[in-house]
Design a protein around this ligand. Structure first.
Ligand code: ADP
Length: 422
């Protein structure tokens, strides 16, 4: 079955076409047919990139570096529906397409950022699900409206095929109250739903599942810490297959230091700033989300490669401090989550930084031998998004490239077929 996987942001649409069904999933015979993106939607020009893949997603990490870079072309795309129409045009192109016409698409899977407490797993979208997703917009005003825009567009284009919502928050719905509540008056949680939700759920879930495959054991036998380091960064304690705690909270602002976000911060800081600098809620929000983190500390960039270069080649102190802060927080949460789970079997690095930076993996795992964590310098040299173990101690430290699109494609099938996938 051809599943069209969509991840719609404010000005971008990322997509994949995946050939999968229950039997193919079971036999590990799924194929990513093609992938692409349309970025800078609404600007002149927008940028489209498209790539034929024709590869089993499990072998993709090994082939990734050998694939030619995706072709980029300027296009005129005014909104999300135009972007999705353009994606379909690429997928059905006479020369480089991977299907004859759009009628071959049998289901659509949508990334939805926030499912609140309503969604503990992926859902076939119907009127009630749609109403509940709309109610979650207030929790993720920067994300859910764009995800919904993607749904509206595909519903208009394919009104008769099933569409499934896969939530970033769903995997973390197993967190117990002592992990998800803030120390605010309980009535605030009841009245406004203000609690920790966690994000990157599809990524944390995928890498834990994949680790089980790589180790030949079921993930519900393992105590794992998953470390997703992309532009946004988060860690999760996955205890016997279930998320019991995660670093992001009510919004993706909490926890680790990120590209442009502060991570953990005393809640009185923004209040003090608003008073002292006479800035508005919107301004302090922008400062914490867009001008902080690696970028705010280093003054160089939100891109870890540039921060590392500034620290190593230009010897810029603030770039080094940013790197040290970044790695120190990861280490702190490793200790916290090992304690929360009463022990630790494996640590997984994923996301652009986790998959590609030996330096960050090394610094954040330093001096953790007392926990059984020993990163091997030779194994850790691995770059270019390869999959494998990088440690020699009792605790396995792994690099596992994430694959959120595959989770979305699989959940789309499971939700349609009514298969339990808790
Ligand atoms: P997103 O969260 O947008 O999906 P990615 O997972 O692609 O982001 O991660 C982007 C981050 O990965 C950037 O900070 C980038 O600098 C970093 N990155 C990519 N390659 C490397 C590398 N070789 N060394 C260090 N950081 C890298």
């Amino acid at each position: 079955m051809k599943v069209f996987v969509l991840n719609c942001g404010s000005s971008s649409v990322k997509y994949q076409l995946v050939d999968t069904d229950l039997e193919k999933m079971e036999k590990q015979q799924e194929i990513v047919l093609a992938r692409g993106s349309v970025e800078k939607i609404g600007l002149v020009p927008s940028i489209s990139s498209y790539q034929v893949v024709q590869e089993n997603p499990l072998f993709l990490p090994q082939r990734q570096s050998k694939l030619p870079p995706p072709e980029k072309e300027p296009v005129e795309v005014v909104d999300h529906i135009a972007a999705i129409r353009h994606a379909i045009k690429c997928l059905t192109n006479e020369k480089t397409g991977v299907m004859r016409d759009a009628g071959e698409i049998q289901a659509v899977g949508h990334r939805m950022v926030h499912g609140g407490e309503k969604f503990k797993k992926s859902q076939v979208i119907n009127d009630e699900v749609l109403r509940n997703i709309r109610e979650c917009v207030e929790f993720a005003p920067l994300h859910n409206p764009h995800n919904l825009r993607g749904y509206n567009a595909t519903y208009e284009l394919f009104p008769n095929i099933p569409q499934v919502a896969v939530f970033d928050t769903a995997f973390h719905q197993t967190m117990p109250p002592h992990a998800y509540l803030y120390g605010l008056p309980y009535a605030i949680y009841q009245k406004h739903g203000i609690r920790r939700y966690g994000f990157h759920g599809s990524s944390h879930r995928y890498v834990t599942y994949r680790l089980g495959q790589l180790c030949g054991v079921n993930r519900d036998q393992l105590r794992v810490i998953t470390i997703h380091l992309g532009n946004g960064c988060s860690m999760t304690a996955v205890d016997h297959g279930k998320s019991i705690d995660t670093t992001m909270g009510f919004t993706p602002l909490e926890g680790l230091l990120m590209g442009t976000r502060t991570g953990d911060l005393d809640a009185s800081v923004p209040l003090t700033l608003m008073a002292k600098e006479e800035i508005s809620v919107a301004e302090v929000n922008a400062m914490m989300n867009k001008h902080s983190g690696l970028y705010g500390i280093s003054g160089v960039s939100n891109d870890m490669r540039e921060v590392i270069m500034a620290a190593q080649e230009k010897k810029q102190d603030r770039a080094q401090i940013a790197i040290d802060m970044f790695c120190y927080r990861i280490k702190k949460y490793v200790g916290a989550y090992a304690a929360a789970m009463g022990g630790l079997d494996h640590v997984i690095f994923t996301g652009g930084i986790g998959e590609n930076s030996p330096l960050i993996r090394d610094l954040s795992m330093k001096n953790l031998e007392f926990l059984g964590i020993e990163v091997d310098p030779q194994l850790n040299k691995m770059e270019n998004t390869v999959e494998g173990k990088i440690s020699t101690g009792n605790v396995g430290v792994w690099v596992v490239p994430t694959n959120e699109e595959l989770v979305i494609a699989r959940d789309t099938i499971r939700a349609i077929e009514g298969v339990d996938f808790s």
